[in-house]
Design a protein around this ligand. Sequence first.
Ligand SMILES: NC(=O)c1ccc[n+]([C@@H]2O[C@H](COP(=O)([O-])OP(=O)(O)OC[C@H]3O[C@@H](n4cnc5c(N)ncnc54)[C@H](O)[C@@H]3O)[C@@H](O)[C@H]2O)c1
Ligand SMILES: [Zn+2]
Ligand SMILES: [Zn+2]
Length: 361
Amino acid sequence: MAQEVRGVIAPGKNEPVRLETIVVPDPGPGEAVVQIQACGVCHTDLHYKQGGINDDFPFLLGHEAAGVVESVGEGVTDVAPGDFVILNWRAVCGQCRACLRGRPQYCFDTHNARQKMTLTDGTELTPALGIGAFADKTLVASGQCTKVDPAVSPAVAGLLGCGVMAGIGAAINTGNVGRGDTVAVIGCGGVGDAAVVGARLAGAAKIIAVDVDDRKLETARTMGATHAVNSRTTDPVEAIRELTGGFGADVVIEAVGRPETYQQAFYARDLAGTVVLVGVPTPEMKLELPLLDVFGRGGSLKSSWYGDCLPSRDFPMLVDLHQQGRIDLGAFVTETIGIDGVEGAFERMHAGDVLRSVVTL
Ligand SMILES: NC(=O)c1ccc[n+]([C@@H]2O[C@H](COP(=O)([O-])OP(=O)(O)OC[C@H]3O[C@@H](n4cnc5c(N)ncnc54)[C@H](O)[C@@H]3O)[C@@H](O)[C@H]2O)c1
Ligand SMILES: [Zn+2]
Ligand SMILES: [Zn+2]
């Protein structure tokens, strides 16, 4: 029997989100219904609402979530009802070229639920990142459920499902930050601060936080940044060079998603250094760089989707490190809110008042 539960919908471009009754089908083959316990508000949800990702409205928002598996469909053996899971947007197929080459973190054909969740009038919903978890329950592919230690708080665990994983992974997986490296992070929201945490975990010698908001810089320091630069008042490229003996940083992580901050990242790295783009640009953005500089400065220009994570490898590890006190993911949870508080949380995110608001259910 399909179930009717509450869900947060983005009905159309730039329209306020609405709490609606949604219909969640019973899980079919390879699917699972998960009872959501917590779901963080990520900037990507706001991008969806603003039409910056695509036009497949209405969206069922929310994708940084943890909860308990309620039921599973035919043939599901990897998770069972009662399991505490983090939802992921990289349920790898195991069969595409990337998977077959042993690089499942680049899987080109990740799984989502086949059936659609709908409004009560039958309108099909597009779940954000194939998840849709600002809802009491959601339907996903079973591979989107990653079991972790149930002792961790759901609000903390959920954040690993997107932004925190994207940031930590941008540093440790994509940027391959190593002991003694100098690292700069441009944009210190939830994702950028997670990159700071990742850089620290990897043993970076210097971690330079860059933001336009002093409050964000202060938080970045508590997360492990050793230096802070307000790029509203100080040229960040010069400041980063100065702080790195005139060279530039070994790894610069861009966590804003704008051409001008990408350009800063490009010039703030040392020769042969690495730029990691984790911020998500919008379709109309363009970048212009002298090709000679791209060539002459060497190194690598990478983008990082989901921190190049493999959920089955990375989520349980990061939960364990958190439980042992070696990273503090609790620091990312600025506030917990009700399911009717998402629009307000977007405003506070936009105003820079929060790192993460987390809907708890
Ligand atoms: N690649 C991925 O897999 C992935 C995953 C999740 C989120 N994201 C993206 O990462 C980006 C950051 O997400 P978030 O949730 O941390 O957002 P956020 O709004 O919490 O943080 C953005 C930060 O950037 C700062 N900022 C804005 N303009 C700036 C500028 N010109 N220079 C320096 N700093 C500036 C803001 O003050 C804020 O601290 C978004 O684009 C989001 O869509 C990417
Ligand atoms: Zn694959
Ligand atoms: Zn996200």
